[in-house]
Design a protein around this ligand. Sequence first.
Ligand SMILES: CC(C)(COP(=O)(O)OP(=O)(O)OC[C@H]1O[C@@H](n2cnc3c(N)ncnc32)[C@H](O)[C@@H]1OP(=O)(O)O)[C@@H](O)C(=O)NCCC(=O)NCCS
Length: 296
Amino acid sequence: MEAARWAFRCGSWAPTCSDWLFAARCVQREEKERIGQFVFAKDARSAMAGRLLIRKLICEKMGFAWDGFRLERTPRGKPYLARPLSAPDSASPWSFNVSHQGDYAVLAAEPGRQVGVDVMKTTMPGSSSVVEFFKLMTRQFTELEWEKIQSAGSNWDQLDMFYRHWALKESFIKAIGTGLGFNLQRAEFHVSPTKMQEGQVYCQTRMYLDGEEEEDWTFEECLLDKYHHVAVALAKPEHLTTNDAGISSGATLPKFTLLSFGDLVSGATPLSDEDPAYWESFRRKLEAPVRQSEVQ
Ligand SMILES: CC(C)(COP(=O)(O)OP(=O)(O)OC[C@H]1O[C@@H](n2cnc3c(N)ncnc32)[C@H](O)[C@@H]1OP(=O)(O)O)[C@@H](O)C(=O)NCCC(=O)NCCS
């Protein structure tokens, strides 16, 4: 069955009152409340997009009605489908994960295969030099990874390589669902190719876990645009052997499809009544925190 790789440009999404109120009606009540509590509009929009992406996936790929299931979270926060008694016959277990950072919210999903996704936007550090910023991050990467990052070229190229490694680590952590409790030095990435082109998907990067090359994990990487790296961590398919997994990774790799807001809610059914105060509170939010480097 075809995998899903979807992206939504939440950074430039300017919802109208009716868009925002409709979106709020189409997510579970506790998620609507969580999203309403974000201080910044940018964070509220990206979290909303993440929830809509997951619901769309479960409807389109697993055959559930929009209002026919509940999403729960593991104790560490990873959303999952709490399977209702009346699952459609066609429903097969899909693993899914979303990420929202920079200007995008993304979803990656696969049937019968554990998946984690992370999007990272390359940006200059807000309040320090690149050298100071890297110092603060020393413990997140191994010596070999730092060599690769710091030999990438200009400050910008080094940051780009830094965020590429970051996305890879996060995609793995998110696939296994552990969150902050994982020692990031345990997973070392050997990235390849060094330069990626927009429009291409790569899967040559390898992960070494506790010093051993991991045969069971594949990492798809791509650039959504020249600033945004996406990494998708994929466990070996549950029904395949390692050899089969090698063959399947040689097949055409799925590219991210850019969705519009209309696409996100095309199959949506409201789960609750309209709440006009929710728009008032949204439109009063500041867009995003002011970065130190932007303060005169
Ligand atoms: C959630 C976590 C796993 C990732 O957070 P993040 O990178 O800030 O956020 P992303 O945008 O990529 O993903 C957030 C989404 O992942 C999902 N998520 C939440 N907890 C998760 C978990 N434990 N595992 C997988 N996915 C999770 C949710 O859908 C969440 O969106 P929501 O909060 O709007 O529901 C975070 O708790 C974490 O542990 N980060 C590690 C931080 C770190 O030290 N990174 C250094 C890398 S070098």
